[in-house]
Design a binder for this molecule. Structure first.
Ligand code: SME
Length: 164
């Protein structure tokens, strides 16, 4: 009796953005659980975001001596210091609110660390109602970030506030 060969066709549905964020969030929780070092955790968190979504630039700016100073990031080199109210990052710090910019060229005062960036989202991270750092994500695509990104990145930043 000749061997039978069965051909099985399997189709994989691409993951929705929500599913990707749920996976990312689980990954972030497990990467940071049991680790108390902020730099190690922030480094892994931006690597996890970057590797799940292939954004152009993902990183943290930390409030130090009343300035935002570049922290752990993934992507090309970036500006090291940003003043209060300056650029998208400084504005998110001032307003204590997420700023989603579909076209950075239309944002007055935008600080262009890379000419390849076309849209950007900045989410502040607060402790005791004070901004302690911001998460900044840049994309080469215009209008890259929508309400789903805003919602999940906000949740991730609220989680970060609990571990720093
Ligand atoms: N575009 C930011 C500066 C930081 S970089 O994008 C990495 C801003 O306007 O604040």
């Amino acid at each position: 009796m000749p061997p039978t060969i069965k051909l099985i066709s399997v189709t994989f549905a691409p993951m929705s953005k929500q599913e990707k964020y749920e996976n990312l969030f689980n990954q972030i929780r497990s990467l940071t659980t049991g680790e108390s070092d902020n730099i190690a955790n922030l480094g892994n968190i931006c690597a996890a975001i970057q590797h799940n979504f292939q954004f152009w630039w993902v990183g943290f700016y930390l409030v130090k001596n009343n300035e935002l100073v570049l922290g752990p990031f993934q992507g090309p080199v970036a500006c090291t210091r940003i003043g209060f109210g300056k650029g998208v990052c400084g504005k998110a710090w001032e307003l204590k609110k997420t700023i989603n910019v579909p076209d950075v060229h239309q944002f007055e005062g935008h600080i262009a660390c890379s000419s390849a960036s076309n849209s950007e989202i900045v989410v502040p991270i607060l402790k005791n109602n004070e901004v302690v750092m911001v998460l900044d994500i840049d994309s080469t695509e215009f209008s890259k970030f929508d309400a789903i990104d805003e919602n999940y990145l906000h949740q991730i930043c609220e989680y970060i506030a609990t571990i720093i």
